[in-house]
Ligand binder design. Structure first.
Ligand code: KG4
Ligand code: ZN
Length: 348
């Protein structure tokens, strides 16, 4: 079965053709991603502009995907589209287009939860990144620790209490005068600073007194860390040395985020006895995070991370999740609606 995937939940307009039998494994035939650059000067995504850019970009992006796969619409067996969570105006562009296309081609349609898509992304490159696994999803909008005994069953163990991990990177970068998106900028700067030169920030929601069963055992929180970065940056600026201190602050911030996330992943792996870890979302492209998780879970547990292309938002992961659901006979009708927020399906 060949599925056309469509993703318009945030600031990437993407379409892909993914092929498989729906048992889990799947191959990318083509993938096109148009990253909206219009938001950079605003230091964050502007929802109205995102919708407008999707309207402009979606048809050419779908055409490019079909062209790269050497296919026509008639070769598409089904359509999968991100229905949420995300920016509703942006999602509506993809959902409306997908519904119209499915009706026109008389092909089945499936609405996909964006975060389920991130769970499937890594499997497209690493055939072993399949359940059972512990998942850490870290993006601009979400931070979720999930136990995945099987595809379709997603037990959320922990989440952020405030800012998402990517959002924290973006805000810290802004405080340091670095460009948007902040994650890659902070990572680049942090690699130029030796570990012992980093500013030491508190590790949020990580303290010795915690026990399994405590409600902060798996959760994270980044807003206090953001305040600590703000204070450190203001202090350095007041002494006229922000320029010199920027690297040490960036490194200290990244160390605190990465160490906290890695410790929480290790707890989940241990508590649920999973043999592997799958990470996903834009922040999963961070090398320091991957290395910290590998170190914290130890050599007996395999950690799979997607490449940068599949870590950030893309339609191949949406097509892969859709393919699995379509093969089980699931369908969305013309009543499919875009939704801003909501838990992963299959909490069972
Ligand atoms: O998954 P994604 O592309 O979009 C959402 O669904 O939100 O994630 C984007 C987020 C941004 O906040 C960006 O700063 C962050 O991922 N990010 C990174 C890195 N690359 C992207 N954060 C840390 N290190 C990176 N290398
Ligand atoms: Zn995402």
């Amino acid at each position: 079965m060949r599925v056309l995937g469509i993703e318009t939940s945030c600031d990437e307009t993407s379409a892909a053709i993914v092929e498989g039998d729906g048992t889990g494994a799947a191959t990318i035939r083509s993938l096109a991603i148009l990253s909206q650059e219009v938001h950079a000067i605003f230091g964050g995504v502007v929802p109205e502009l995102a919708s407008r850019e999707h309207l402009r970009g979606l048809v050419p992006v779908v055409d490019a995907t079909l062209g790269r796969a050497g296919m026509e619409f008639a070769d598409v067996d089904a359509i999968a589209v991100t229905a949420g969570p995300g920016l509703v105006g942006a999602l509506l562009v993809g959902v409306s287009y997908a519904k119209a296309l499915a009706a026109r081609l008389a092909r089945p349609l499936i609405g996909v939860h964006h975060m389920e898509g991130h769970l499937f992304a890594t499997m497209l490159e690493s055939a072993d990144a399949v359940p059972p696994f512990t998942a850490l999803l870290v993006s601009g909008g979400h931070t979720l620790l999930v136990d995945v005994p099987a595809w379709g069953t997603y037990r959320t163990l922990g989440a952020t209490r405030d800012d998402a991990a990517g959002e924290a990177f973006d805000k810290a970068a802004k405080l340091l005068g670095l460009p948007y998106p902040g994650g890659p900028a902070i990572e680049r700067l942090a690699t130029t600073v030796a570990p012992d030169a980093a500013v030491r920030f508190p590790r949020p929601m990580l303290h010795g007194g915690q026990r399994r069963g405590d409600d902060d055992w798996y959760d994270v929180s980044f807003s206090g860390l953001k305040t600590a970065v703000r204070l450190a940056a203001a202090d350095a600026a007041a002494h006229g040395r922000l320029e010199a201190a920027r690297g040490a602050i960036a490194r200290g911030f990244q160390d605190a985020v990465v160490e906290t996330l890695a410790a929480k992943v290790a707890r989940a792996v241990r508590d649920h006895g999973r043999p592997r870890v799958v990470i996903g979302g834009g922040v999963a492209g961070n090398r320091a995070l991957l290395e910290a998780i590998r170190a914290s879970v130890g050599p007996g547990v395999v950690v799979h991370a997607p490449s940068a292309r599949l870590a950030t938002d893309n339609a191949a992961m949406i097509a892969a999740a859709g393919l699995w659901r379509l093969a089980r006979g699931e369908r969305s009708g013309p009543e499919l609606v875009a939704f801003a927020g909501g838990p992963l399906p299959g909490a069972g």
